[in-house]
Design a protein around this ligand. Sequence first.
Ligand code: ZN
Length: 276
Amino acid sequence: MPSQIRDTSRLCIHSITHQPWPIETTIEQLSARSVGGITLWRQALEGHSVSAIAAHIRVAGLKVISLCRGGFFPATDISQQLRAIDDNRKAIDQAAELGAPLLVLVPGADPSQSLYTSRQQIAEGIAAILPHAAACDVRLGIEALHPMYADTRSAINTLRQANELCAQFNSPSLGVVVDVYHLWWDPDLQVEIQRAGDAQRIFAYHICDWKSPTTDLLNDRGLMGEGCIPLRQIRSWIESSGFDGFHEVEIFSNHYWAMEQEVFLERIIQAYLDHS
Ligand code: ZN
């Protein structure tokens, strides 16, 4: 037994972080290291029985933190918008079956229309699925994405925008996901974290680091401590806002996916303990 106490009870790891592993392996490996929580990448469920995965996670002693991801509401074509709404309802059903209390929404954007129109469609999409989410006891968390993704992934790019969208609905089933990778640069971050906390709308907290230089806009996220995000400062804001949930490591990285995953997992745990 290590002499040093490693408290990983509030550590959650997003399954995409260990993309090379089958989902069953990720569950076993996290459980073996007493990681407290897991978030499931929706694609990892394909070809699997959702109820069997839910049972495996329960037996392994892990808590499901969220299902990732729904959203992607905007489209120029109405039939595509309706398909997105339908697919989000299915994602809510899957989250309920998994016992996931939260579905993370990546809002979406379509570069062939204005951001204004995309934002309207995001609001319409949320309005269409919110009653189903509430009925299934699954909360929806709007994740604002870094503005470099405003063309195709998200027309919601700041926590302020996400907070305002939540205020429009004023539903206990709708809140925000604070991801440091997307939001660390925002001069209003502290104020908006407090605002979300005051309204009890922080549903999840995602961590990693911003490598400088970043060589790939999607798949070059860093381990905590490896980049320039002031993780401890943001954590202090999150905690003083009243959030006491899991700290979720979400690392999309070609570099780390190429390495031995057990070694990577040990490095994640150490980086979580040392830097976040
Ligand atoms: Zn995230």
